[in-house]
Ligand binder design. Structure first.
Ligand code: FHN
Length: 425
């Protein structure tokens, strides 16, 4: 689960009665070129009396999610924890006055979910020397900082806060955010090294994502974050994920009705799993601290599917056989000699057969995960024909598990595609 939450969650994409120009509500300050002093007044409105860390993390766990990421600091520069680097933080500048990150970290530990922090290291609009995107510089308050100003921000805010986040909350990972040429100038190889070295010095477990410098990430990053909502056709050598939205905006936007159907969200998850990757799904909680009904509905529908089919995703590896015209495959090694293939059936006609092309292994068991219904498998010249029972319902996105001997030919292909099974997250 990915969370975008901050001062912008109260205005929720509407400013002075009109929809803001930028489609993402968290871009409010830059979109409307709001003077800094005026934007800071939003801190006085941040009082999410219904915020319950346990509820958020329970929703994540029930949806089958294994790791949790929140905007510790987004581009506006406001911190969701009591940082010593600036008074612009939830404990000192808002009536709420609680340590949001501390409460969420505790809840994650309680529920066995790994927590990490989104930290906007390149853009910071507080006015202490962080950068702003070229596309949002009409107001004279918002100009690129000089190198010296940026270095001041880097030393006195960015590095100090990253250190604090590790020392206070011991996160499993950092999710830094950059995506274009502006960041290329300021997040130099030296600054990347400095930030990564600091993290390595303070933690022996904390992972770093590739968007520390999207255009030229250091060799030393641990995992790849693709561009937003982008689902690749091939895997990567390093562990990887796609972060994606439930509707359009990342943070809560009261006028964003573009909700993706649950079926599409589950297919995105499976698509990535079939290539060895993860899916990090974003929620934008409202200003009062609760999730929108439309978000809860989708999380719970995903959870229902995961309760039945979670074993076909968690801890699996990429398909050794590639995409199939009828759906996707994920795999799990049972032991050196046996493999489970999970057939995710997206397009099929009940009562007919689908072809699993490219393997001829002996199948010891074939069942529908939801019902345990046995499946007939026939070998043919190009692979295996899987007889689809007439009772199977396509709307359920059903999964069939085939237990079989490990196909050496398929296995050798497997090592050429990204193959990421370190643990069950
Ligand atoms: O500008 C941000 C955006 O607000 C959001 O945080 C996303 C999440 O990946 N990252 C940037 C755009 O790519």
């Amino acid at each position: 689960m990915f969370i975008h939450w901050g001062l912008y969650s109260n205005p929720a994409g509407v400013w002075k009665g009109a929809r803001i120009k930028h489609p993402y509500s968290e871009w409010l300050q830059a979109s409307e070129q709001i003077p800094r002093v005026e934007y800071r007044e939003l801190a006085a409105l941040f009082n999410p009396d219904k915020f319950d860390a346990d509820e958020w993390i329970s929703e994540a766990g029930n949806a089958g999610m294994k790791y949790f990421l929140i905007t510790a600091k987004h581009h506006d520069g406001f911190a969701l924890w009591p940082t010593k680097a600036s008074t612009y933080n939830v404990a000192e500048a808002t009536p709420f006055g609680r340590d949001v990150l501390g409460e969420l970290t505790d809840a994650c530990r309680k529920h066995g979910i790994k927590h990490g922090f989104y930290y906007s290291h390149w853009q910071d609009w507080e006015g202490t020397g962080g950068d702003i995107c070229t596309t949002h510089m009409e107001n004279e308050e918002y100009i690129h900082p000089t190198e010296e100003e940026f270095q001041g921000y880097w030393q006195n805010k960015c590095l100090v806060q990253v250190r604090e986040l590790i020392e206070n909350y011991d996160p499993w990972f950092f999710w830094f955010d950059s995506w274009n040429e502006d960041s290329f100038k300021l997040i130099t190889p030296e600054r990347q090294d400095e930030l990564i070295s600091l993290i390595r010095e303070l933690s022996d477990k904390c992972l770093v994502n590739s968007r520390i410098q999207f255009m030229a990430p250091s060799e030393d990053i641990d995992y790849i974050s693709t561009m937003d909502n982008t689902f690749p056709d091939e895997g990567f050598q390093k562990p990887w994920e796609t972060s994606g939205t439930l509707n359009h905006s990342w943070a809560y936007h009261a006028m964003d009705y573009e909700w993706k159907p649950t079926r599409e969200l589950i297919k995105n998850l499976v698509k990535n799993a079939s290539l060895g990757g993860n899916y990090q799904l974003n929620i934008g909680p409202m200003g009062d601290g609760t999730f929108q009904k439309a978000a809860i509905k989708r999380l719970r529908e995903i959870g229902t599917w995961m309760q039945i089919n979670g074993e076909s995703v968690h801890g699996t590896a990429a398909s050794p056989l590639g995409d199939m015209p009828w759906g996707r495959i994920t795999s799990r090694s049972i032991d050196g000699n046996r493999t489970s293939l999970y057939l995710h059936l997206w397009e099929f006609t009940p009562g007919t057969a689908v072809l699993v092309e490219g393997t001829s292994c002996e199948v010891t068991e074939a069942v529908v995960l939801e019902t345990g219904q046995p499946i007939d498998v026939e070998h043919c010249a190009s692979g295996m024909l899987i007889r689809i029972p007439k009772e199977l319902n396509g709307d359920d996105l059903p999964v069939i598990r085939l237990d079989m001997c490990t196909d050496q030919r398929a296995d050798s292909k497997e090592v050429t595609v990204a193959h990421t099974t370190t643990d069950d997250s």
